[in-house]
Design a protein around this ligand. Structure first.
Ligand SMILES: *[C@@H]1O[C@H](CO)[C@@H](O)[C@H](O)[C@H]1NC(C)=O
Ligand SMILES: *[C@@H]1O[C@H](CO)[C@@H](O)[C@H](O)[C@H]1NC(C)=O
Ligand SMILES: *[C@@H]1O[C@H](CO)[C@@H](O)[C@H](O)[C@H]1NC(C)=O
Ligand SMILES: *[C@@H]1O[C@H](CO)[C@@H](O)[C@H](O)[C@H]1NC(C)=O
Ligand SMILES: *[C@@H]1O[C@H](CO)[C@@H](O)[C@H](O)[C@H]1NC(C)=O
Length: 422
């Protein structure tokens, strides 16, 4: 019963989003990232007692997911409570699950918390929404106790409501509530060891499901290592089906090596987006190719169940899901995405002259979204004509393919060590 209610709440959020997007069509032009609704990092930064919680929301990329949600409650815990959680020595992926359990997919401001119908409710959470949570785990039981106290407990924890409401931190009715609760919600499921996402073999997932030509281009060019590095923190890939890539190959071969690399990196975004998130969060999306002034973005737009990706040149449609396992999602699309930075825009009826650059920018783009960059390697070992800008592949030695695994693992370890020296 209560479940249905919270789901209805989320539905209302989506409706709000829909209304907003109708009210401001095309108003997204200035946004660097797909119209975030909130900035949880900024909100929590005003409260030093939540600095550890805030740090981990960013480190796990949950902050981005929170920022894009329309109806959400974040149950923050103070630095002492986070210290206890960190003392358990969980991997960053398990910490992400635990924190995701603290993000309720409905609005629970202080007033609403104290007026829960029948005094108790189950709230869906971001942990449950990712599908990583088995059964009814991932729901949080909120119960009004005598004397105005409101208790919280994970549904899988046999009625232990050991954490309680402390105070309201920030409320934007009925969209975002940030409240403090006394303790981390204990959940064996959320804390369970989670396989690192970089153990998934990206190219083999693609190759087995109709995107082999694209996967081969990723491997050949070395762009795969940028994909693998990103997969540690969150990655969504839109891979064109074999037919589409084959048709496109002449144009691809015409690109400079820099252009090829940008085109391949253009097909992924460094955040996790489930199909539901794509459906409910239309707008501009940055890609792995986005680099300062070079926007390399496209617009996500859905029409009912159909999700399209629009560049100024082409409109592609999502045709299937190859894998959706937070923090990694790979979708197939029916066309190669052509960025306006590399290809002439389709003739539009508008009077805008928009002189598309005839040749690709040939300048170096060394900072191509290597999120955890390491010092620049000496000089590229690129054989003639091969992508010269893959030099950031972090190792002096050759053998790109084998090396890329080590890089991905190394980056993961580095991230963990950085986090735990915190
Ligand atoms: C959110 O705020 C933080 C801290 O003020 C800032 O560094 C970050 O760029 C902001 N994020 C967005 C998406 O605006
Ligand atoms: C509240 O409790 C009553 C009586 O047990 C029940 O009929 C009703 O459905 C409950 N309301 C909700 C929203 O769960
Ligand atoms: C929440 O937990 C309490 C205590 O175990 C229980 O009485 C109540 O029924 C639970 N609420 C829901 C909505 O399941
Ligand atoms: C992925 O699988 C392919 C073939 O199945 C293999 O050649 C490649 O080395 C694997 N990549 C990684 C990163 O393990
Ligand atoms: C390749 O580039 C040349 C010179 O810019 C152009 O004439 C030709 O049409 C291009 N071929 C394809 C397939 O785009």
């Amino acid at each position: 019963m209560q479940l249905r209610r919270t789901v209805a709440g989320a539905g209302a959020g989506i409706l709000t989003l829909f209304l907003l997007s109708v009210a401001f069509p095309g108003g997204e032009a200035a946004a660097a990232v797909k119209n975030p609704t909130h900035n949880i990092t900024k909100i929590l930064a005003e409260h030093p007692e939540f600095s550890t919680f805030n740090h981990y929301l960013s480190a796990t990329h949950l902050a981005e997911e929170i920022n894009h949600r329309q109806t959400i409650t974040v149950c923050a815990v103070d630095n002492a409570a986070m210290g206890e959680l960190l003392g358990k020595g969980l991997s960053i992926f398990s910490i992400k699950n635990v924190l995701a359990l603290h993000v309720l997919l409905d609005y629970f401001g202080a007033k609403k918390l104290h007026q829960i119908t029948n005094g108790t409710a189950l709230a869906a959470t971001m942990f449950q929404a990712t599908g990583s949570a088995p059964g009814s785990t991932g729901f949080v039981n909120i119960t009004d106790l005598k004397g105005g106290k409101v208790a919280f407990g994970p549904e899988d924890n046999s009625g232990d409501l050991g954490s309680s409401y402390v105070k309201s931190v920030k409320e934007i009715p009925y969209s975002l509530a940030v409240i403090q609760i006394s303790k981390v919600l204990p959940s064996p499921e959320a804390e369970a060891p989670t396989p690192a996402p970089n153990q998934v073999n990206l190219t083999s997932v693609m190759s087995k499901q109709g995107c082999k030509v694209f996967a081969d281009l990723l491997t050949e060019s070395g762009a795969i290592s940028t994909y693998e590095e990103s997969a540690v923190g969150g990655l969504t890939v839109f891979c064109p089906l074999d037919e589409a890539v084959k048709t496109f190959l002449p144009k691809y071969k015409n690109l400079t090596s820099d252009g090829k690399a940008s085109l391949l990196l253009y097909h992924a975004t460094p955040v996790y987006e489930s199909i539901d998130m794509l459906k409910s969060n239309n707008g501009l999306m940055n890609t792995l190719a986005t680099d300062g002034a070079k926007k390399f973005d496209f617009t996500v737009q859905n029409d009912g169940e159909v999700v399209t990706l629009k560049t100024k040149v082409v409109t592609a449609r999502i045709t299937g899901t190859l894998i959706d396992q937070q923090p990694l999602a790979i979708f197939s699309i029916n066309k190669v995405l052509q960025p306006k930075e590399l290809f002439k825009a389709a003739l539009a009826p508008t009077p805008a002259p928009a002189p598309a650059p005839e040749k690709e920018p040939a300048d170096k783009k060394k900072t191509k979204k290597h999120k955890l960059s390491s010092p620049p390697a000496p000089e590229p070992f690129a054989p003639e004509g091969e992508p010269a800008d893959q030099k950031a592949d972090d190792t002096g030695s050759g053998g790109r393919l084998g090396v890329s695994v080590a890089v991905a693992v190394g980056v993961g370890m580095g991230a963990l060590m950085a986090l735990f020296s915190f």
